[in-house]
Write a protein that binds this ligand. Structure first.
Ligand code: SAM
Length: 293
């Protein structure tokens, strides 16, 4: 079926664009069931391919906006989705598209015409692996407008996203993602479920987004910098890894305020610990500014 649709439009799977199409209906249904869609929801799909997942989404929600980078597939989609009047295809790169504009279009119902009632906005995607991390982080920047995200990721990346503090997989990616949402894994999808078969196993990942508090929003740049420094050299104690942030005494003071041992390594800290550290360093910086005034 996939081969036939591609052939009809003179197309071949493009490896560079991560084109591994889902060829197994059961797995398609698993993804949709994890997404837990409601009739009024608006969905942003990334990389609809030839529209297999798009069709499933379209029957379960109010409308779907599907963003596809490949011009040939956009042509094919115009045909495979021609009977779906609640689907809008956008020919664009999800990494450069004006997301605020598209999300607002979905949220206000403009994407589906005046009759639509705006419900929750969800992201569902069989993401191409080469953009997993940048795409997730781009979307999480807009998490205030997104209820949940369900996507396929390479099994190893999924394990890093959902890792616990202290484990080998726990790192900057885990902390950044779990600070933005609750992450759950919903089982694997084997290579045989795709055409063409990828070399890796995939995992269904769900992120239920958390809306940041005013304080979290304010401390976000500092929080990100601390997380990056803490994991840049995993084996370093935090007092050394974060030494560029403050003088020795001030740094020790920040750790005391956060009630954390500066001899720990980044991998031992939870998201809440990193937040406490960001708040403590934030206070330090404010005091230094006040002292200079
Ligand atoms: N959803 C289809 C399915 O499940 O069968 C196809 C999934 S395939 C893994 C990934 C899709 O994402 C391809 O259609 C590919 O052309 C598209 N894609 C790749 N990079 C993209 C990008 N930067 N922005 C939007 N779509 C992209």
């Amino acid at each position: 079926m996939i081969r036939a649709v591609l052939a009809e439009h003179g197309l071949r799977p493009n490896k560079a664009l991560g084109q591994n199409f889902i060829a197994d209906r059961n797995h398609l249904e698993r993804i949709v069931s994890v997404a837990g869609l409601h009739a009024g929801d608006g969905v942003l799909e990334i990389g609809p391919g030839i529209g297999a997942l798009t069709r499933e989404l379209s029957t379960r929600c109010s409308f779907v906006v599907a963003v596809e980078i490949d011009r040939g597939l956009v042509r094919a989609l115009a045909k495979t989705c021609e009977d779906l009047d609640n689907v809008k295809i956008i020919h664009a790169d999800i990494l450069t598209l004006d997301l605020a504009e598209v999300l607002s279009e979905i949220q206000t119902g403009r994407a589906a015409g005046a009759a639509a009632t705006p419900g929750d906005l969800r992201v569902v995607a069989n993401l191409p692996y080469y953009i997993t991390t940048p795409a997730i982080f781009r979307l999480l920047e807009h998490r205030e407008n997104i209820e949940s995200m369900v996507f396929l990721a390479q099994k190893e990346v999924a394990a890093r996203l959902a890792a616990r503090p202290g484990s080998r997989d726990y790192g900057a990616l885990t902390v950044a993602a779990t600070s933005a949402g609750d992450i759950t894994l919903h089982g694997n999808v084997p290579p045989v479920a795709f055409y063409p078969r990828p070399e890796v196993t995939s995992t269904i990942v769900r992120i239920d987004t958390k809306i940041p508090s005013e304080q979290e929003r304010r401390l976000e740049p500092l929080f990100s910098e601390i997380v990056k420094l803490a994991f840049a050299q995993r084996r370093k104690m935090l007092r050394n890894a974060l030494s560029s942030l403050a003088e020795k005494d001030a740094l020790e003071q920040a750790f005391r305020t956060a009630q954390l041992d500066p001899a720990l390594r980044g991998e031992a800290l939870s998201v809440a610990d990193f937040r406490a550290l960001a708040a403590a360093f934030g206070n330090l910086q404010n005091r230094q500014v006040d002292a200079r005034l």
